[in-house]
Design a protein around this ligand. Structure first.
Ligand SMILES: [Fe+2]
Length: 239
């Protein structure tokens, strides 16, 4: 069993240098902050796409509610980062992962984005429940609940789409684009920083353990839609 440091840290506590580096790296990667211009522009594009592709007015209202919740998260992470590292507050950090840059030019693309990427957010927030950084542990249950809601929102719209043979064929086609990207959002299985994240209690699972938990969850949903699961290793960029 690898050694872990069981210390916890709260607002104002002096942070060991390596701990601060890892935490700031994690929050930079997170990107969900009011001062992050790229994040705000990304959600402007979500609203723009909803206006173009949502099949009815109710769907547009639901998408507006989803964006409102993401803005709530932005405020929560803003407050956390204000206490942690003010130089990060206004830093523009474009999404690094290619999954955020896949084309979203159809309603079904948008639904897969929510099903998969917000689910990634839910699984990460689930890990933060036990974070040794107490401000993050305190906000984790709210983020986790909301992100599962966003993922379920995408799933419910996909259920609608998969009711017709044309809709199911479109979803199956687009699944080959989104599925490998979704699994890749957990990073490589050989990340050199993982042991240090685990040591400091900023993570509780390796990338591969988190990825397999996620896969078990989402595969059940995809099979319930009547879709065929792509090969787990096909078209992957981070194994
Ligand atoms: Fe979300």
């Amino acid at each position: 069993m690898a050694e872990v440091c069981n210390r916890t840290f709260d607002i104002g506590d002096p942070l060991p240098e390596e701990y601060r580096d890892l935490l700031v790296r994690m929050m930079t990667h997170e990107g969900e902050r009011t001062g992050n211009l790229s994040f705000m522009l990304f959600f402007a594009s979500v609203l723009d796409n909803a206006g173009k592709y949502a099949p009815h007015d109710d769907a547009k209202l639901i998408m507006a509610g989803y964006v409102a919740e993401e803005m709530k998260h932005c405020i929560m992470f803003h407050r956390l980062v204000m206490e942690l590292d003010k130089s990060l507050v206004f830093k523009d950090t474009p999404f690094q992962h290619y999954a955020f840059h896949l084309s979203r030019d159809s309603w079904t693309d948008m639904n897969f984005f929510n099903l998969f990427l917000d689910l990634n957010g839910a699984f990460h927030a689930g890990e933060w429940r036990n974070s040794t950084y107490l401000p993050l542990a305190r906000m984790a249950p709210i983020i986790e609940r909301d992100e599962f809601g966003h993922s379920d929102m995408g799933y419910r719209f996909l259920q609608e789409t998969c009711k017709t043979p044309e809709g199911k064929a479109e979803a199956q086609e687009l699944l080959y684009k989104w599925y490998p990207a979704a699994l890749d959002t957990f990073g490589t299985s050989t990340s050199k920083r993982t042991p240090r994240f685990l040591y400091w209690g900023l993570k509780t699972k390796t990338n591969e353990e988190a990825r397999q938990d996620y896969k078990r969850y989402v595969d059940k949903k995809l099979l319930a839609l009547g879709l065929t699961l792509p090969d787990e290793k096909a078209n992957r960029r981070f194994l």
